[in-house]
Design a protein around this ligand. Structure first.
Ligand code: NAD
Length: 424
């Protein structure tokens, strides 16, 4: 069975992330000093998280928080809980958040955090103790004016609630703006659940409109069926697409006649693997086979570097819609360009999550909450404006959508760097 982190990737995730900016930097003639500045992270904190487990043993977990850049505002980025998270992975994801927030023109920098733990293998009480101790260890570098975490892989609303509480207890006052993705009862925003999928659906709809493609007749394969995979699966199904293949970390299923996505979501929500779903005469397949399925659109929604030089040639679709962060290495990007496969890049495609996180943050600061209509209207506005400019630059400069997105983000970061100058 293909396994997520055991395969050989082209290069390390941090090097792969920088390569994407280098390509765009050439296009915009970025000052080499600015590029050199952006090629470093501002700070990375590695912490030990000692926790007493339910059986009385003390276990030291490893945690990270990294600020890639605060040049355009306080840093913002998720927290990942995964058994094999590394510092380089966190640096790459923090860098991506800088690019995403600059592309969206949000007044935020980029950050990411992680704890090396499989959240499914610890009890709820252990998870709470890990989260509270991790928050205490990184407390000096998070806060509404410094760095605002949010959920990512392996974390959820409950974990954000514990972070909010731990931080507030230390400060002696409630500070809801320290973290986003909280439950609505304690300062969360309506619309945050499902935001990534909603944003992806706006982008893909607009893309198909520009390209005169009929979404309804499309066959779709989705890799990864967690929060993001389920959200986009549901949206595409509601658009009338035929979801022919879905996978998770244990394997996948395929039925050329289409999968009943609502049943599949219900099945997956009961801690099952999609592999064991009764797909009405379909067949099981592994992740490499899922990636190679002949389809119109492949949605990688699992984790980074899933599409790399070793399997990019086997990809057999017209469009890749990146739900995951950094699922495609720069080598795979080159292969896709040579095969005329269009990649709708992560920093554009999955940015609905950070847009609503930003809305949550400003609602918390103002103690004034918006309704769902306003949330969706404003998100659509930011996303469609961003899509429009990326699409236009890509056409005008004859570059990929990813390079166009990095060119726009790079220009904004370079301008901020120029205006602020270098301290001291
Ligand atoms: P999640 O933990 O809810 O789900 C991850 C899914 O991927 C699970 O179904 C898991 O089984 C599956 N998976 C893991 N490795 C796999 C593999 N090799 N092949 C197939 N499936 C595999 O995580 P999520 O929140 O859905 O995040 C998924 C991706 O989307 C990550 O890259 C994350 O950074 C990105 N993302 C998340 C958010 C968010 O708000 N949650 C926002 C933007 C981007």
């Amino acid at each position: 069975m293909f396994s997520i982190k055991n395969h050989k990737v082209d290069i390390n995730p941090w090097e792969s992330a920088k390569k994407k900016l280098e390509i765009a930097a050439k296009e915009i003639d970025m000052d080499p000093n600015t590029l050199s500045y952006l090629n470093k992270t501002e700070r990375s904190l590695v912490v030990s998280i000692p926790v007493i487990m339910d059986d009385g043993r003390l276990v030291n977990f490893e945690g990270f928080r990294c600020h890639h850049s605060t040049i355009r505002g306080p840093a913002k980025g998720g927290i990942r809980y995964s058994s094999d998270v590394t510092l380089d992975e966190i640096k790459a994801l923090a860098f991506l958040m800088t690019m995403k927030n600059a592309l969206l023109n949000l007044p935020l920098g980029g950050s990411k955090g992680g704890v090396r733990v499989d959240p499914h293998k610890v009890s709820k009480k252990e998870l709470e103790r890990i989260t509270r101790r991790y928050t205490a260890e990184i407390i000096n570098i998070i806060g509404p004016d410094i760095d605002i975490p949010a959920p990512d892989m392996g974390t959820d609303e409950q974990i954000m609630a514990w972070i909010f509480d731990t931080y507030s207890m230390q400060k002696g006052r409630p500070v809801p703006g320290v973290v986003t993705g909280k439950p609505t009862e304690i300062g969360g925003s309506v619309g945050r659940t499902g935001a990534v999928g909603t944003g992806m659906s706006y982008i893909v709809y607009e893309f198909c409109k520009r390209k005169d493609l009929d979404l309804k007749s499309m066959n779709i394969a989705i890799q990864g069926f967690g929060k993001v995979g389920k959200e986009i699966g549901k949206k595409l199904y509601d658009y009338g697409c035929n979801i022919i293949g879905v996978s998770d970390s244990k394997g996948g299923i395929y039925n050329p006649n289409g999968l009943e996505i609502n049943d599949l979501i219900r099945f997956k929500n009961h801690e099952n693997s999609v592999r064991d779903f009764d797909s009405n005469g379909g067949m099981k397949l592994n992740n490499e086979e899922l990636i190679a399925l002949e389809c119109d659109m492949l949605c990688p929604c699992a984790t980074e570097n899933q599409l790399y030089s070793g399997n990019a040639e086997s990809v057999n679709c017209r469009i890749i819609l990146e739900g995951a962060n950094s699922p495609t290495t720069s080598k795979a990007d080159e292969i896709f360009e040579s095969k005329d496969i269009i990649v709708i890049p992560d920093i554009l495609a999955n940015s609905g999550g950070v847009i609503i996180s930003y809305f949550e943050y400003i609602q918390d600061i103002q103690s004034y909450f918006w309704d769902l209509d306003r949330i969706n209207r404003e998100m659509q506005h930011v996303l469609l404006d961003t899509f429009d400019v990326v699409y236009r630059v890509s056409k005008e400069r004859n570059v990929s959508l990813r390079t166009a997105a990095y060119m726009i983000a790079g220009q904004r970061l370079a301008k901020a760097h120029e205006l602020r100058g270098l301290f001291p």
